[in-house]
Design a protein around this ligand. Structure first.
Ligand SMILES: [Zn+2]
Length: 422
């Protein structure tokens, strides 16, 4: 997966002219998608292309329905430069985030605009795979029906907590959902009539993609993202590339052992980081029973200044800092982004977390800045959307062609059926 937010300009001597054209279209669309509307003059400055090249590229993107131009504001010397903007109703993606309590859904337009957001609680147990698949398919149909006429659906991407094999989207294991060997991508392709490409990603990977491209880690090339919830997941961007690993499982940070002989973890081992800093551990640390309380109870206790809860959360902060220090030693990120419950409780944990982090890291600690997620609980939806946009940003015309053909081939044609029946 290519993540670069800047212009990707190929050398001018690229063999085929088509390749150059495709790369140039890609460079302009990428700029508009990630940085928003720009004047033609801005595009000339950012891409290094000359005026007439930029003019012809924006005309082609306009014809494809991916951008539109409007006159710039009059002022200063000379003619105002046209403003080019990404057309959020020209192409969109459907993004989903499956958690143990709910399914989040978003229709996201080109330019990263959240056009529609939904969150539905599971009506049955999240373990009920067919029910979750049906819920996602229903939400996809509902959101698709609200899309602008002519807007091309580029694909469906789903975030899942757990180990997801790439590229086929098989969920190998997700203890929070109780899923093992679930071919989620295949099931969703079937449930949505094979009309759209479907991909499934790990929540930590999609979280780091989101924070890197659109959140707290914008501008950093080396990023560690940690999402603490029922489980603890993570994702790593190294030198602008998502770290995948041999099977796509890299960044499963929840199961590093921080406390030999500690609590039993969902994976069966003892003393994993997840067992010490996951939601269950935090609930216990404030003196509540995880069978009776939820993490929201802790968040509201902390918000009203309950001392016992604050002390418990701070105790957990020590283990958070210790685990982060090990990860920073391995990955040497410029920035560490905390998401999920850990992001929400970071201000409360900060004193103890920073102290144990500094102790364990020593002089290396200045290298990595600790911050809260900027995107919060939307991070997985934003990351999923960007994965679905990657192809059109790489090859705008080719991808639109491809997606339109796929949708047409699998479209139900009531008229045609009637004619055949007659
Ligand atoms: Zn474990």
């Amino acid at each position: 997966m290519r993540l670069g937010a800047g212009p990707q300009v190929r050398p001018a001597d690229a063999s085929a002219q088509d390749d150059v054209r495709r790369a140039n279209l890609s460079a302009v669309l990428r700029l508009l998608h990630f940085h928003g509307p720009a004047t033609r003059s801005d595009l000339v400055a950012s891409t290094g292309f000359n005026r007439s090249t930029v003019g012809s590229l924006t005309s082609e993107l306009t014809k494809l329905g991916l951008v539109r131009e409007r006159p710039g504001v009059v002022g200063g010397k000379g003619r105002p430069s046209n403003v080019v903007e990404p057309l959020s109703t020209g192409a969109h993606v459907l993004a989903f985030d499956v958690t143990p309590s709910s399914v989040g859904a978003a229709r996201v337009g080109l330019g990263g605009y959240m056009l529609q957001v939904r969150r539905r609680l599971h009506s049955t147990s999240p373990h009920d795979v067919p029910a979750v698949v049906q819920l996602i398919a229903t939400l996809a149909t509902e959101m698709q029906a609200r899309a602008a006429a002519g807007s091309v659906c580029l694909g469906i991407v789903v975030s899942v907590m757990g180990s997801v094999r790439q590229p086929d989207g098989l969920v190998r294991r997700s203890p929070p959902l109780g899923w093992y060997e679930v071919p989620l991508a295949d099931l969703l392709r079937e449930a949505t009539g094979h009309k759209y490409p479907v991909a499934v990603g790990n929540d930590g990977d999609l979280g780091v993609v989101a924070e890197y491209l659109r959140g707290a880690a914008r501008g950093s090339q080396d990023v560690l993202y940690v999402r603490g919830e029922v489980g603890v997941g993570g994702g790593v961007v190294v030198d602008g590339e998502l770290l995948k690993g041999a099977g796509g499982y890299a960044g499963e940070v929840g199961h590093i052992v921080v406390k030999p002989g500690g609590r039993v973890c969902s994976c069966g081992a003892r003393g994993c980081w997840e067992a010490e800093v996951g939601d269950g551990a935090i609930i216990r640390s404030v003196g509540r029973d995880p069978r009776e309380s939820e993490i929201e109870d802790v968040l509201s206790d902390v918000a009203i200044g309950n001392r016992r809860s604050i002390a418990g959360v701070r105790k957990t902060g020590e283990w958070v800092g210790l685990g982060l220090a090990s990860l920073v030693n391995i990955f040497n990120p410029r920035i560490v982004v905390l998401g999920g419950t850990l992001g929400a409780l970071y201000p409360t944990m900060e004193p103890t977390l920073a102290a144990s982090y500094a102790r364990a890291l020593g002089p290396m600690r200045e290298q990595a800045m600790l911050v809260r997620s900027e995107l919060g609980s939307d991070a997985q939806l934003v990351g999923a959307a960007e994965v679905a946009f990657a192809d059109v940003l790489e090859d705008p015309a080719g991808t639109l062609d491809d997606r339109t053909r796929q949708a047409d081939e699998h479209e139900d044609h009531p008229l045609r059926v009637l004619h055949q029946a007659g």
